[in-house]
Design a protein around this ligand. Structure first.
Ligand code: URP
Ligand code: ZN
Ligand code: ZN
Ligand code: ZN
Length: 464
């Protein structure tokens, strides 16, 4: 099966140029002017549109058991929603329970992911430490295509990694040629602030951001960066939400340290006024960690992306419905943390990034696919439209418009943090692994069509 995408402008991270794109099976086989359609090829007219690498969301949680419940989106519904939004690959997280064997947890997640409609690969969280964890990190890197490990510095009494775990795991990752990543929030501080707020009777969702102020995040970002700096490992900070964390990254990079930062579409676009709503479902629907922040921080995040100190955009897609969020009706610390976004990331970042002149189309490709592919070592298989790359392509109409709503979204959860936002710039066709999966507003996602993508280790000396 061949697809010829004709008449568009190919946008890669390095340049944009007029070219047709031909796929054969799951690969791109030609990029150039006036390509002939082979017999039987499907021809897609991309006149006036951009032809870009399919999005890579480097931070999602499908089918996640978390805070006493399980996310609404499984690997099928979540990846299918991604395809409707031009996102063809996700990097999800295996999160072993403390004391759970890593390989067993990894196999559990691989089982859940069998039904994915789009490609997927996994970061593995290090939530505890002993010699078997040290050993199993090696097995995951050598035999299972894992090259990144996640550390939650928050979620005390659950999955939080203490400093001993951070240090030992970062050192092991360096030895293996894998990159450590962190959720940077001081879990002890969060816990103590939560208890203080509850004692004062401040039990509603408006207390959520009060328990996680910017310095709680920045302390952890600085600590993770310092540990990585001492050990000589690179480090990737997930969901950077505030100016102070970005400053830590910027300072470390200016000093020659290899530090990467990720911004979430939600943090770039939604501000903290949502927590002041008297409507519990609305405010709780926005409860995620770190929380949404003020415009000052949003501006800083855009500057980070523009200036090259933040590298990727993600969503932290983690859907809980109103009934699940209601577990925290009388205690905000029990509201399951998480919001959706995998379907909307590309469009909201195009609209708020490219349409405003903050990002060029090529910079958009950098922050929505190419950089993630490079940092997590799947480039140029992913993240570029080029001969030999996977046929993961989005045809993008810069004039097309859509009003985002939970009523029309494909993911589950019944809530959307971008509700009511009209975006200009939408995917008209998504091709995943050489198949048309989204076209003319029709989703043709196939359960189980997604593939696990092995990510090879880096040379073990990739740190400064
Ligand atoms: O609130 C969030 N972000 N939920 C998902 C888990 C995490 O911390 O990434
Ligand atoms: Zn997190
Ligand atoms: Zn997350
Ligand atoms: Zn429900």
């Amino acid at each position: 099966m061949s697809i010829l995408i004709r008449g568009g402008t190919v946008v890669n991270a390095d340049r944009a140029f007029r070219a047709d794109v031909l796929t054969d099976g799951d690969k791109v086989v030609a990029v150039g002017p006036n390509l002939e359609a082979p017999a039987g090829a499907r021809v897609i007219d991309a006149g006036g549109q951009y032809v870009m690498p399919g999005g890579i969301d480097p931070h999602t949680h499908m089918n996640l058991p978390f805070m006493g419940t399980v996310t609404q989106d499984d690997f099928f519904t979540g990846t299918a929603a991604g395809l409707a939004g031009g996102n063809t690959t996700i990097i999800d997280f295996v999160i072993p329970n403390p004391q759970q064997n890593l390989i067993e947890a990894y196999q559990q997640w691989r089982g859940w992911a069998q039904k994915a409609a789009g490609d997927y690969t996994f970061h593995v969280a290090i939530t505890w430490w002993d010699d078997t964890v040290h050993r199993d990190m090696g097995i995951l890197v050598r035999d299972h295509g894992v090259n990144s490990f996640k550390h939650f510095m928050a979620y005390k009494n659950a999955i939080m990694a203490d400093d001993e775990t951070l240090v030992k795991s970062f050192r092991r990752a360096l030895e293996l040629g894998a990159i450590p990543t962190v959720h940077a929030e001081n879990g002890e501080l969060v816990y103590q602030l939560q208890q203080d707020l509850l004692k004062r009777g401040l039990t509603g969702p408006s207390s959520h951001p009060l328990s996680r102020p910017p310095m709680v995040e920045a302390e952890a970002a600085n600590r993770a960066i310092a540990i990585a700096g001492v050990l000589g490992t690179p480090v990737y900070i997930v969901h950077v939400s505030c100016a102070e964390s970005l400053e830590a990254i910027t300072r470390a990079r200016a000093n020659g340290q290899r530090v990467y930062g990720e911004a979430l579409a939600g943090h770039l676009i939604v501000d903290d006024s949502v927590y002041a709503s008297p409507d519990f479902d609305f405010a709780a629907g926005h409860v995620m960690s770190p929380p949404f922040r003020s415009k000052h921080h949003q501006d800083a995040l855009w500057h980070g992306l523009q200036g090259g100190n933040l590298h990727t955009t993600a969503t932290d897609h983690c859907t809980f419905c109103a009934e699940q969020k209601a577990a925290g009706k009388n205690d905000f610390t029990k509201i399951p943390n998480g919001c959706a976004g995998v379907e909307d990331r590309m469009a909201v970042i195009w609209d708020a990034g490219v349409n405003t002149g903050r990002l060029t189309p090529s910079e958009f490709v950098k922050v929505t696919s190419a950089n993630a592919a490079q940092i997590f070592n799947i480039y140029p298989r992913k993240g570029v439209v080029a001969v030999g790359a996977d046929a993961d392509i989005v045809v993008w109409d810069p004039e097309g418009q859509r009003t985002i709503s939970a009523k029309t979204q494909h993911n589950k959860g019944g809530f959307n943090v971008f509700e009511g936002r009209t975006v200009k710039g939408i995917p008209t066709t998504t091709v995943a692994a050489g198949k048309v999966v989204w076209h003319g507003g029709q989703l043709m996602a196939v359960e189980g069509a997604g593939r696990h993508i092995d990510r090879p280790a880096f040379a073990p000396v990739s740190a400064k």
